[in-house]
Design a protein around this ligand. Structure first.
Ligand code: NDP
Length: 443
């Protein structure tokens, strides 16, 4: 049955390989659930799950610093709202097209379900490249983008956040425009500044949450993060805060990257330098070696996985670890891989990790900390109050990430695949959404 649904997905969504990949993995995992629950089959739950509730495509015109009109394409896919308002980030990157947004939105449905919070799945973005643009250009783009998006979102409808290329600066410009158009101050975007409705720990949430999840994996594998060698790809929001938490817990992070190349610092990456370069000066990571001359920089991204490490954290982008890189990591003795990015390991790479008994934390479970704290930001906005850093961080660790780990582990065991968190996370995330869709009828 799932095979036929998958064939239909491919036929109906041609030229979208990332979306096909995300759907195929989930369908393979949930096949036994459908056998056990004929009522899901009868209600067409899966056929409806793979079809977004709404897909919005729009023109985003803006004027660059030379006075030239530029046109980008904007997207918002409101995938599934059975358990709460659509929730998911906005990605600004030249590679963005509808297939990327759909893969991310689809993943987001199950991820949000896993958090235990009331959030549906959505995702958006544009094929705009913020790199090399002035603040004014980024602001004009964001204002134009929100000019259209504002009519589709709202605190109880759809609540976007950041993703690749969308950090505090972009959320600020987007929120300002939303507020102007709608004339209301509501919690409609998350990742806001602390002075205007943001939550403490949101900046750190995905990276810290990833490491909290990793700690549970390591506990079951009988390993300790203290003294471990870590490779964390990327040097954006997720990578920086995952690396920071690893360092706080006594691990040594020896390598990071950006889309141009990677760094190796055998003495341990100096995160302050990376943060200054990437968060403040918006420069390339290559500049790091000017500050730390003993470190090495290499052009190209995939080479980062040839560095020997105990723990690999793919924190940059989709499909960054292929089968060959996975085999190299295994040959070099990796114990654990936890995915901070969305779908960073190809299906073949995941098979290599599972076959070799590497503890493997799949993205939709391991990186759910970001959206979870976004959910807490929405809760704080509704309450009109702010939680302390300690309270939010503790909730992220114990209330969210440990809960997700236990759910995924339990579902994997229940369905006869102990230790397989890929299957466990897909099933645990799916069951809640399926029950809600069943209860709400065919809509
Ligand atoms: P950022 O834009 O802050 O950083 C992305 C990093 O990845 C940068 O170092 C970037 O390099 C690198 N990168 C981007 N695209 C590519 C590419 N095609 N090849 C190689 N490297 C690339 O994004 P985030 O840290 O927020 O997001 C990273 C990943 O984590 C994404 O998959 C995102 O979907 C996922 N994620 C993010 C969450 C969040 O809360 N931010 C939540 C859950 C998942 P460069 O600077 O050169 O572009």
């Amino acid at each position: 049955m799932v095979k036929a649904i998958f064939e239909q997905v491919k036929k109906r969504n041609p030229g979208e390989p990332e979306f096909h990949q995300a759907v195929e993995e989930v369908l393979e995992s949930i096949a036994p659930v459908l056998e056990k629950h004929p009522e899901y089959k009868a209600a067409g739950i899966v056929e409806r799950l793979v079809e977004p509730e709404r897909q919005i495509l729009f023109r985003v015109p803006w004027v660059d610093d030379k006075g030239v009109v530029q046109v980008n394409r904007g997207f918002r896919v409101e995938f599934n709202s059975a358990i709460g308002p659509y929730k998911g980030g906005l990605r600004l990157h030249p590679s963005v097209y509808i297939g990327i947004i759909k893969f991310l939105g689809f993943e987001q449905i199950l991820k949000n379900s896993l958090t235990g919070l009331a959030m549906g799945g959505g995702k958006g973005g544009a094929d705009f490249d913020p790199k090399g643009k002035s603040d004014g250009e980024v602001m004009r783009f964001c204002q134009s983008f929100m000019g259209e998006l504002a009519r589709h979102i709202g605190p109880d409808t759809d609540v976007p956040a950041g993703d690749i290329g969308v950090g505090g600066r972009e959320i600020g410009y987007l929120y300002g425009m939303y507020r102007k158009i709608r004339n209301e101050f509501t919690g409609v975007l998350t990742g806001k500044g602390l002075d205007w409705g943001g939550s403490l720990v949101r900046t750190e949430a995905t990276g810290y949450g990833l490491v909290y999840f990793l700690l549970q994996m390591l506990k079951d594998a009988g390993k300790d993060i203290k003294g471990a060698t870590v490779v964390s790809s990327g040097s954006g929001n997720v990578s920086i805060y995952a690396a920071q938490k690893c360092q706080q817990l006594g691990a040594k992070v020896v390598a990071m990257s950006d889309s141009a190349g990677y760094l190796y610092d055998k003495d341990g990456i100096d995160l302050k330098v990376v943060q200054q370069l990437k968060e403040v000066e918006r420069k390339r990571i290559k500049e790091y070696i000017k500050h730390r001359p003993d470190a090495k920089y290499q052009e190209g991204c995939s080479g980062i996985w040839t560095i020997k490490c105990d723990i690999a954290l793919p924190n940059a982008t989709q499909n960054e670890i292929n089968k060959k890189s996975a085999e190299t990591l295994v040959e070099n003795g990796v114990w654990a891989v936890a995915e901070g990015a969305n779908m960073p390991s190809t299906p073949d790479a995941i098979k290599v990790f599972l076959k070799n008994k590497v503890a493997f934390g799949p993205a939709k479970a391991a990186n759910a900390g970001g959206v979870a704290v976004s959910g807490l930001e929405m809760a704080q906005n509704s309450q009109r109050l702010s939680w302390s850093f300690e309270k939010t961080d503790k909730y992220l660790d114990e209330g969210i990430m440990q809960h997700i780990y236990r759910s995924a582990k339990k579902s994997a065991e229940e369905y006869g695949q102990p230790g397989n968190l890929v299957v466990g996370a897909n099933i645990a995330g799916f069951e809640k959404v399926a029950r809600a869709m069943l209860a709400q009828g065919i809509i």
